[in-house]
Write a protein that binds this ligand. Structure first.
Ligand code: CP3
Length: 358
């Protein structure tokens, strides 16, 4: 292995955690669960910790980022922490003009649309990743045998923000660019792939026991464009960390038609959004692929009985795959009652009185 000797996966006991075992194709006695966006505005302790600090500033303050990463683990007893950061943090580290506007998302001071602008994108100095490494070190020190999941935004999703200059619904501009100016697109996708690979490597070397590549907006692409203009770059980002041997999760939304291609990009675990049942995902991917997902976030606020029945159904459909990492089908909505998330973890762990029989 290329992991440092003191890495939690080698010497810290995370290798035998239910989360890592499930990501490696095993079925531990208790299904492991974590939630995308488990750290965030659904938690009063998060809102308090963030008071007066901008999002990107919080991400680059190691003590604060570590504290926020740990909050949902303490409160809910989830089986993994997800590193508190953002997919646009590497853009900030590259010195680009980017901000995260509350209620809106990442906004760029400049949109990157020409070959000249893309050719001038800077290389990120290695030392720029130091606050990330320090935050990860502080976090894993306190997590013990609970794994930390690191992450990066996939080339298409990050490039979509760079080309649009901010959030968009249909991602028309990057989708047009890959046809109108395929060379400029390739250069941008290559830059974001290299950046994502380095962001993942920094987190892994500092102690992350698994990683997830978020291609949140890949579902806006037809499969032929995905395969030709996106998959090679996501594969590049995932290949950059293959030698560490940590499980790599690949997730996007609206990706029912893309799941086999997303696996081919080099994923060990495929994340499924809430639109596609897990047994159907297992049929499309073959039963040997570990799956992650896919409780519908909309049902978190639909009443406990409705949510419980849905969660039990998700667990049962997940049995069609070799192993199952329980998660939502997208992130926790900001207005979610956190006590519902704790109760859901208890249900999945078999601690609710009406937990499903295993
Ligand atoms: O718990 C976690 O999942 C940890 C950290 C995390 C954040 N962003 C923190 C965050 C992760 C993994 C992300 C990834 C991310 N960021 C994605 C991929 C995941 C997905 O949801 O599809 C995307 C698309 C982004 C870009 C982004 N950043 C958006 C769309 C937003 C929401 C804007 C808003 O205010 O509604 C952000 C901001 C953001 N990232 C917040 C958090 C906790 C909210 C910031 C705040 O508290 O004001």
């Amino acid at each position: 292995t290329h992991l440092p000797e003191a890495h939690p996966l080698r010497s810290g006991g995370t290798a035998s955690s239910p989360m890592i075992r499930a990501m490696c194709g095993d079925r531990p006695e208790t299904p492991p669960v974590w939630f995308m966006r488990q750290a965030g505005r659904s938690l009063p302790e998060y809102r308090e910790a963030r008071e007066g600090t901008g999002m990107l500033e919080a991400c680059l303050t190691p003590e604060l980022a570590a504290e926020i990463t740990l909050q949902p683990v303490r409160r809910h007893g989830v089986d993994a922490a997800i590193f508190f950061s953002d997919i646009v943090v590497p853009l900030k580290l590259a010195g680009l003009d980017v901000d995260i506007v509350p209620g809106r998302g990442p906004v760029m001071g400049t949109a990157y649309r020409t070959a000249e602008q893309i050719a001038a994108l800077p290389e990120i100095p290695d030392s720029a990743f130091d606050p990330i490494r320090e935050a990860v070190r502080l976090t894993v020190e306190q997590l013990g045998g609970t794994p930390l999941i690191g992450f990066a935004g996939a080339p298409f999703t990050v490039a979509a923000y760079m080309v649009e200059g901010g959030p968009s619904r249909d991602h028309l501009l990057p989708r047009t660019m890959m046809h109108r100016d395929p060379e400029a697109w390739a250069a941008l996708a290559e830059w974001t792939a290299r950046t994502a690979g380095r962001f993942l490597a920094a987190q892994i070397e500092a102690g992350a026991s698994a990683v997830q590549l978020f291609d949140s907006w890949a579902g806006s692409l037809p499969e032929r464009d995905y395969r030709r203009h996106v998959l090679p770059y996501s594969a590049q980002a995932l290949a950059a960390v293959e030698h560490y041997g940590v499980p790599r999760v690949h997730f996007g939304t609206g990706t029912g038609e893309l799941l086999p291609a997303m696996k081919e990009a080099g994923a060990d675990v495929v994340g499924v959004d809430y639109r596609l049942d897990l047994d159907e995902a297992a049929r499309r991917l073959g039963p040997d692929t570990p799956l992650q997902g896919n409780i519908d976030p909309a049902l978190l606020d639909a009443g406990w009985e409705v949510l419980r029945e849905h969660a039990v159904d998700v667990l049962s459909r997940g049995r069609a795959a070799v192993s199952h990492v329980v998660n939502l089908g997208h992130g926790v909505p900001p207005g979610t009652d956190p006590t519902v998330l704790t109760r859901l973890v208890d249900l999945i762990h078999g601690r609710e009185p009406d937990a499903p029989e295993r």
